[in-house]
Design a protein around this ligand. Sequence first.
Ligand code: NAI
Length: 335
Amino acid sequence: MKLAMFSTKPYDQVSFNNANAVHGHHISYIEAPLNQHTAALASGFEAVCIFVNDHADKGVLEILKRSGCELIVLRCAGFNNVDLTAAQALGIRVARVPAYSPNAVAEHALALILTLNRKTHRAYNRVREGNFALDGLMGFDLIGKTVGLVGAGKIGEIFAKVMQALGCDVIIHDPYASADIAKHYELVSFDTLVERADILSLHCPLTPQTHHLISRSVLQRCKPGMMLINTSRGKIVDTKAAIEALKNGQLGALGLDVYEEEGDLFFADLSNQVIQDDTFMRLLTFPNVLITGHQGFFTREALANIAETTLNNVTAHSSGEGECFDVVPDKVIAS
Ligand code: NAI
């Protein structure tokens, strides 16, 4: 099939060229993100491949449909950036990569926790400058601390195991938790989770129900000094409320791999530009905030799995054989 791939980075080309050796699709790599202005670049392509910050809203989907698109393959797990109802109405099939390396994201959440707790990012700079003072670097033992998870699907389950192995008490809020999770972990209401967690880690999808789930009132109810980790989707946290909670000490530390307005920032080198997002820049001023640019998924193994599953989806669609991991509107909440 002819596949137009938006928001392509050099590492995507490497993994997709490797995986395509057995599929033989014609892939056109486009650096630009998909939006109203760039959708026309996919003219004549039957399939379009997109990533987390591409926008496949109704208007974009209509342009793609007119250009001959019949399939959108997301090279990620989340699908909040696609208007699934519009896609279905237009007869555009949408598929995704349901799991590529849940370990990668769970391990990244752990990296954020350990760095924020033991302040290795600050220690690294100090030691390089010959400053061996320890003031300001004190952390806490993880053993015995309560780690609360919002969502325990593929990533959350691995993260729960990892934190349990470190001696933490793991509690989970997940209205759709599997029987296995219910058997092995304490399931609690969202309110109880917020009240008891020393570390709160988000592993649910972005849906209308989870948009700004971490709000001002929630942050007011959490344990003073709680650490909040978000490797899921930026809009689950109300960033302005988090800044307020950091300023008054209610939030003790904040680790983000995702950010509400990351579409204007992440995955690009902006080091020569003046960043206009004042909220993001305010976050960077806190010593107890650590931000990474949506790199949780970014491991060798995950990139190979993403390319493999994405091209399998394309081949399954074109040949009618094999499994295509469809996303349909009624799965939005549960996925
Ligand atoms: P998953 O679909 O396996 O698990 C999500 C879990 O959240 C499910 O158990 C579901 O029941 C639960 N859930 C749904 N609505 C909820 C709610 N209102 N409250 C609490 N729990 C709720 O998804 P997976 O693979 O574990 O991924 C989780 C999220 O991680 C994705 O939706 C995506 O946004 C994010 N992600 C981030 C990456 C990164 O690079 N930082 C990479 C991959 C995924």
